[in-house]
Ligand binder design. Structure first.
Ligand SMILES: [Zn+2]
Ligand SMILES: [Zn+2]
Length: 606
């Protein structure tokens, strides 16, 4: 053999070897724990939700870009460069204001959207090609740095809710929420192999949270052999059949593009700001003619969809199966989108096979649990936001795998009998005490827990959901919704964030000997409510109010900001809409504008 040929061959072999190391990605052989199969625990992998992984912006050389505080800048949901935005928008905004028509404002805003959200844009193969790096944690929580632990705790607060599961059995699978869905599903499969290698365990637990459930569902479809490697799957508010919100947006049913809604209730229906702020913004929108506002929003949505959203196969995985055919027809029928379409069609099949794939898990002896939330209408960005029960982000049919329910604020009809689609035990009552949900129609009636009035994006502040999840990953004592009186099928939504802060303040006073009898009593009540899983969200709020009053009286904390009177602003906005439709101020009589300004001022000075 010629020397040069040998050299070339060894070079190619070297490349191939390097390639195979890279494709493994994780060090499977490194044993982190030596527990093996005698261990009473199962390694548990969290598959987090949308935006719950650290995906950082880098420069062209791959160095992290840091903010003013020295923290890595996150790419999700967008990379807003304020200076650049002002530079692009300021002149067109001023010109449009002065001349009361669209002097490049809608184009400038579209550019800003392309620029800011474009950090997450994929190419026409659905691959991330921008300057972002997804940080990975290929080792258990016990081996994570303080920074990595903070990333994890910001999303799943292990620091506040202890679990009996040892730290070296907890893993957190990071992925780019906007990235390539098929690749991520395969990476999850590889990550499971890595965890098995590191721990010596044959089987692991999976905790797919929200969007993480779409990744899990894809893996079950593409890598069905994984069923033998799973002990338990605990879905937490899972996006198993997407979200009607995404179904609406991907089929062109965006609510606020209808100006009659935009100028009359959209912002206050959104429930993300108080009513007076919402109504004030609604009034201030009229500073520009409605044509300008509407052109800006139309272009903004078009650019966001066409340049970022429809190139992300992970975003497509959030479109419900019932909406997918129409959405794919609308956005993916051109030849240039064919590579993306081939991938999203594949996930559509996974959605259609969801029930079969879950059934295969059960048949393989995997325990499957689900935690769903209801009685919180969808955020009102899609047109069907108030037509079905939901948790603000996902509709209940998706998170519960098919439970039947009345709409938010309504109850099942008188004389309604549970469907028993999936429950064969006639002694079971699967209708919620508030008569809103029939859990027997969901795929897993005996292992699905429901939280009433719980908002999806505040799930991490529901102490009961956290306690339940921490129990389920630690041992097998809870096998269904009948195992423990502490965790019945139907529980209440709650947000304990504020109460925990107040309680810490009270405890600090007690430790310094500066407490008083009323603080002690309110703190004891608060602790009792926190310890009682069956307490309602309203009871938590009542305790919070009492404890706050006691602490305010002792000068230990501040009163909540009183809400401004929303009625006047609401009336003004309604009057404007009734008399001037969606017209801007420049299209109204001057005398009327003067009296309007006087009225607005009285709200803020009076
Ligand atoms: Zn172990
Ligand atoms: Zn049952």
């Amino acid at each position: 053999m010629k020397k040069s040929f040998k050299a070339a061959l060894s070079f190619v072999l070297c490349l191939a070897m390097i390639g195979s190391f890279l494709s493994v990605g994780f060090a499977q052989e490194t044993k982190i724990t030596a527990c093996g199969d005698d261990c009473e625990f199962y390694p548990t992998i969290i598959v987090p939700g949308n935006g719950q992984s650290s995906v950082c912006v880098t420069d062209d050389d791959g160095n992290f870009i840091l903010d003013g505080d020295g923290n890595k800048i996150q790419a999700f949901p967008a990379y807003f460069q304020i200076g650049k935005i002002i530079g692009r928008v300021l002149f067109p905004a001023l010109a449009s204001l002065l001349l009361q028509r669209d002097i490049g404002l809608s184009d400038a805003l579209a550019d800003v959207i392309d620029d800011s959200f474009g950090i997450n844009a994929c190419d026409l193969n659905g691959q991330v090609v921008t300057n972002v790096v997804t940080e990975k944690f290929p080792y258990p929580y016990s081996e994570c740095s303080d920074y990595e632990k903070t990333v994890i705790n910001n999303n799943i607060p292990f620091n506040k809710y202890p679990t009996a599961l040892p730290d070296d059995h907890i893993y957190y699978f990071e992925y780019n929420s906007m990235g390539n869905h098929i690749d991520i599903a395969n990476e999850l499969y590889d990550y499971i192999q890595m965890v098995r290698g590191q721990t010596g365990h044959d089987k692991v637990n999976l905790v797919p949270v929200s969007q993480g459930a779409s990744v899990t569902s894809a893996m079950l479809e593409y890598r069905p052999e994984v069923a033998d490697q799973l002990h338990k799957v605990i879905f937490v508010v899972p996006a198993l059949k997407g979200s009607t919100l995404f179904g609406d947006v991907f089929t062109g049913r965006v609510s606020f593009l209808n100006t009659d809604y935009l100028y009359n209730g959209f912002l206050s229906d959104m429930r993300l700001m108080d009513e007076s702020t919402a109504r004030l913004i609604e009034i201030l929108l009229r500073i520009l003619p409605d044509e300008v506002i509407s052109a800006s929003l139309d272009k903004g949505v078009k650019h966001l969809m066409e340049n970022t959203m429809i190139r992300s196969t992970s975003m497509w995985a959030l479109v419900p199966p019932e909406d997918y055919p129409a959405a794919a027809e609308k956005y993916l029928s051109s030849p240039e989108m064919a590579n993306i379409r081939a991938q999203t069609d594949r996930y559509y099949q996974a959605q259609l096979h969801l029930e079969d794939n879950i059934q295969k898990l059960l048949d393989s002896g995997v325990q499957v649990f689900d935690i769903a939330e209801y009685n919180y209408p969808l955020i009102n960005i899609g047109e069907r936001w108030n037509q079905m029960n939901a948790d603000f982000i996902l509709h209940l049919d998706s998170t519960s795998m098919g439970a039947y329910s009345a709409n938010c604020g309504e109850t099942l009809p008188d004389g309604y009998e549970q469907k028993n689609t999936h429950c064969a035990d006639e002694t079971h009552n699967h209708i919620s005490p508030d008569r809103v949900v029939d859990a027997s129609a969901g795929l897993l009636p005996d292992t699905t827990f429901y939280f009433e009035g719980q908002r999806h994006d505040l799930t991490q502040h529901n102490s009961i959901i956290l306690k339940l999840a921490m129990r389920l990953i630690a041992d097998d004592e809870i096998t269904d919704v009948y195992s423990s009186p502490e965790f019945p099928q139907f529980l209440s939504g709650r947000n304990v964030q504020e109460l925990l802060t107040l309680l810490d303040t009270a405890k600090a006073l007690q430790a310094e000997g500066k407490s008083n009898a009323s603080i002690d009593a309110a703190a004891a009540d608060a602790q009792a409510v926190l310890n009682n899983n069956l307490a309602t969200g309203d009871e938590v709020t009542a305790c919070e109010k009492t404890l706050r009053e006691c602490l305010v009286n002792a000068g230990a904390t501040e009163n909540e900001k009183a809400e401004k009177d929303a009625a006047t602003l609401k009336n003004i906005s309604a009057y404007l809409y009734e008399n001037y439709g969606t017209n801007g101020f420049s299209e109204m009589p001057l005398l009327f504008i003067k009296s309007l300004i006087a009225k607005l001022l009285s709200v803020f000075t009076g």
